[in-house]
Write a protein that binds this ligand. Structure first.
Ligand code: GAR
Length: 202
């Protein structure tokens, strides 16, 4: 009897999915990769909300997919509204997917360990912008992308997943961007699935 109850509870825990919001700024190809992965029955998260910095291709895609989508209309005070949207939809985890505004330390503090980001470099190398151009200019031999937990410091925080590639002679920054993006689409769903599985147990 007790064992049966424990098994039922374990099954329920296994099946509970973590509620996720994805924050984007534009194209939204990582958002699309996450949405695709989330269609699998055994994926540990559902994408329940998309918030975009502006009306964008990513927004159109999310709306067409039937996901509630919000556009930030007040760039200065957007975090107050964002927090309201996330809380009122019982969001447990936030995925930054090409979301370019910097989140304030106080917002990150409230959502501590609940915000993930995909960054186009092998962190801790190449924090910040223009990573593909900088990888070439600095003569790096390899490059890639990282999924990490967001902290108050930009592009720091525990790295959860990385994928790397070798930079070939003659690669342009556009070549690198395209090859790294393919890797991003692989590792972001993987990292989310693993991380959300842990959150769903709490
Ligand atoms: C991605 O390459 C992502 O790694 C990068 O923006 C792009 C968004 O593409 N993010 C950053 O540079 C964050 N510092 P997407 O809109 O097609 O997902």
């Amino acid at each position: 009897m007790v064992r049966g109850l424990m098994e039922a509870r374990a099954t329920k825990l296994r099946m509970r999915k973590c509620r996720v919001a994805v924050l984007i700024s534009g194209r939204g190809s990582n958002l699309r990769a996450l949405l695709k992965a989330a269609q699998a029955d055994d994926f540990s998260a559902t994408i329940d909300l998309v918030v975009s910095e502006r009306d964008s291709d990513g927004c159109v895609f999310a709306r067409d997919a039937g996901i509630e989508t919000r556009v930030i209309d007040d760039k200065i005070n957007f975090e107050t509204k964002l927090h309201e949207w996330l809380s009122s939809r019982s969001i447990e985890l936030v995925c930054l997917a090409g979301f370019m505004p910097i989140l304030s330390p106080s917002f990150v503090g409230v959502w501590r360990a609940r915000i993930l980001n995909i960054h186009p470099s092998l962190l801790p190398k190449l924090r910040g912008l223009d990573t593909h151009k900088r990888a070439l200019a600095e003569g790096h031999k390899e490059h890639g992308c990282s999924v990490h937990i967001v902290t108050e410091k930009i592009d720091e925080g525990e790295v959860l997943e990385q994928a790397r590639l070798t930079i070939k002679a003659g690669d342009s920054h556009e070549d690198l961007a395209a090859r790294v993006l393919k890797l991003e689409h692989k590792i972001y769903p993987q990292a989310l699935d693993k991380y959300a599985r842990k959150i769903a147990l709490y």
